[in-house]
Design a protein around this ligand. Sequence first.
Ligand SMILES: Nc1nc2c(c(=O)[nH]1)N=C([C@H](O)[C@H](O)COP(=O)(O)OP(=O)(O)OP(=O)(O)O)CN2
Length: 169
Amino acid sequence: MHSVTLKHNFETAHRLPHLGGKCVNLHGHSWHTEITIAASRLTDRHTVVEFGDFKAVMRNWIDVYLDHGVMLGHRDPLLPAFTTARCKVYTFGVDWDGADWPTVEAVAALLADQAGRWLALIDDMPADAHIAHVTVQETATNAADWYPPAPGREPMQGRLPRMAVKDVA
Ligand SMILES: Nc1nc2c(c(=O)[nH]1)N=C([C@H](O)[C@H](O)COP(=O)(O)OP(=O)(O)OP(=O)(O)O)CN2
């Protein structure tokens, strides 16, 4: 198996009112992501994917939708204020239906989902090229990893489990 790993970073605020504690406060992170693409053979150019081709679409999507913006859950009461003020908001549960809240695990799943779409735009790659791993680091001490479902295991049903939110501050 061959693999390549591409990295990008983005400065984005979020909050997680369903977790309580300090996560209730709107706060920013310098998020770092690493996306690994694997294939069983190389192209005629001896690549899995050409770095620049993949990074162009990866960077464009992240910079347009996430960088210097805010990630909120669709049930977050702050949402109307940010949209009214015409701030850049990426709304989990609306802009992407895979999770309700922007935890680091959910951001890793979002980027894995998007990375599959970016890969589909690449012309020159082996037939079995696929997203093998996504890491998202939100702080020096906190990170999440995403891997595709193991063969033979039931794949995730498209979204992270819905969470009961009684008092979203
Ligand atoms: N499983 C998860 N737990 C938490 C998440 C998350 O996304 N997934 N997120 C948070 C908060 O966003 C917060 O930013 C991080 O919390 P925490 O590690 O408690 O705070 P610090 O980064 O300040 O920790 P130090 O290592 O003490 O600096 C919480 N939980």
